[in-house]
Write a protein that binds this ligand. Structure first.
Ligand code: NAD
Ligand code: GLY
Length: 367
């Protein structure tokens, strides 16, 4: 087992990574509990694979538990899902010092985290992420949210977990398409500030996606180490440090909005295409070598991820995509900060480019 820490003073917490840890959750959470009782929240796809193992490990430690199985999918991250979950937690007699276990992907992690930020004015939770996206990104850093009619993740809170337990072996049951979507977020860490890691991805990405355990473990540990460092430096995204984690996301959100936040384009797939567009936009504006943008596109294409508007299934005008970007929650003073780059591993935040410039670029990128 490998352990690292998200350094946040009195709210610091460990991240533990190891194949088989799902069967050791009881021993992992026992030291955190004031009473031998917990609540597990999961979804209908994850429960058949892992709920029994987590329950057995809690039982082995003498910890009683109840479980709540929600529908799988983004629709669960909603006012309705939040109301049902908070009602259930209160009905179960949750106490502030209890630790709720979020067992699942980013949907379950975000929903449980938000519920725990508000139930009884805040109780604790443990992230047990079971998708690659959640293992390398969403389970760490304390961003929690639900979606509302006006947009994704618009209602939420920063609420850090007490512990993150990552069992990469749970990825064995994850559909290949979901694995690819999570892989895009791994590549992102190389592109942000770690050109050497991008090179590692070029050499090892295909093996990782084919199930190579050593490659999978290395990539997860490297990614969460980077994320922990960034979160410790800028927990609430106020200093243009954590914002770098949004590389590819502004372009990606426009693609997700255009495809209706649907299965047509998963979040990580949109981020993949968005990262290519961010590099191509940077190259088109003389910021970054075109050869670097080509390298990013070639790698994401090689592992079967969307790497252009066409491969993302988007064929609308640049103006329509830019209009989606104007609704981004990161808009400040009418301007959208973009994460651009001077080359692989050299990303930065800028609001120097208006959405009209972005729209013209996207029109050109349609060809
Ligand atoms: P998800 O939670 O919907 O999981 C994807 C699918 O895989 C679901 O059908 C789920 O049931 C299934 N699944 C999960 N683990 C499985 C396993 N081990 N075996 C078989 N099936 C499994 O999606 P996701 O990609 O994990 O997360 C997406 C969400 O994360 C979005 O809502 C996004 O906004 C959020 N997110 C949050 C942050 C953050 O910092 N909080 C960062 C990135 C994304
Ligand atoms: N996934 C972006 C962040 O955690 O800030």
């Amino acid at each position: 087992m490998q352990e690292l820490t998200v350094e946040l003073g009195s709210r610091s917490y460990p991240i533990r990574i190891g194949d088989g840890l799902i069967g050791d959750i009881g021993a992992q959470v026992a030291p955190l509990l004031k009473r031998p009782r917990t609540m597990i929240v999961t979804d209908e796809h994850v429960a058949p694979h892992y709920l029994a193992a987590v329950g057995a490990s809690l039982g082995a430690e003498g910890i009683s538990f109840s479980s709540f199985v929600l529908a799988a999918g983004e629709g669960t991250k909603s006012w309705d899902g939040l109301a049902r979950l908070t009602d259930w937690l209160i009905g179960e007699g949750i106490e502030r010092s209890d630790h709720v276990i979020a067992l699942g992907g980013g949907v379950i992690g975000d929903l449980v985290g938000f519920a725990c930020s508000i139930v009884k004015r805040g109780c604790a939770f443990v992230q047990v992420p079971t998708t690659l996206l959640a293992q390398v990104d969403s389970s760490v850093g304390g961003k929690t949210a639900i979606n509302v009619a006006a947009g994704k993740n618009l209602i939420g809170a920063f609420h850090q977990p007490a512990l993150v337990v990552i069992d990469p072996a749970t990825l064995d049951t994850l559909p290949r398409r979901e694995l690819g979507a999570g892989y895009a977020e791994i590549v992102k860490y190389g592109l942000i500030d770690d050109a050497g890691f991008f090179g590692w991805c070029e050499a090892n990405g295909a093996a990782l996606l084919a199930g190579d355990r050593a490659a999978r473990h290395h990539a997860i540990a490297h990614s969460v180490t980077a994320k922990a460092r960034i979160v410790a430096a800028d927990e609430r995204e106020t200093q243009d440090v954590r914002a770098l984690l949004n590389l590819g996301h502004s372009f990606g959100h426009a693609l997700e909005a255009e495809t209706g936040y649907s299965d047509r384009l998963l979040h990580g797939e949109a981020v993949a295409a968005g990262m290519v567009l961010a590099h191509q936009f940077s190259a088109a504006n003389g910021l970054c070598p075109a050869t670097d943008a080509d390298r990013v596109r070639a790698h994401l294409a090689a592992v079967g991820l969307p790497h252009s508007l066409a491969s993302a299934g988007v064929n609308c005008g640049g103006g329509e995509l830019a209009a989606h970007m104007a609704h981004d929650k990161k808009v400040r003073g009418g301007k959208l900060p973009l994460i651009l780059t001077r080359g692989i591993g050299q990303s930065f935040v800028t609001d120097a480019y208006g959405l009209d410039t972005v729209a013209a670029f996207l029109d050109g990128a349609r060809g």
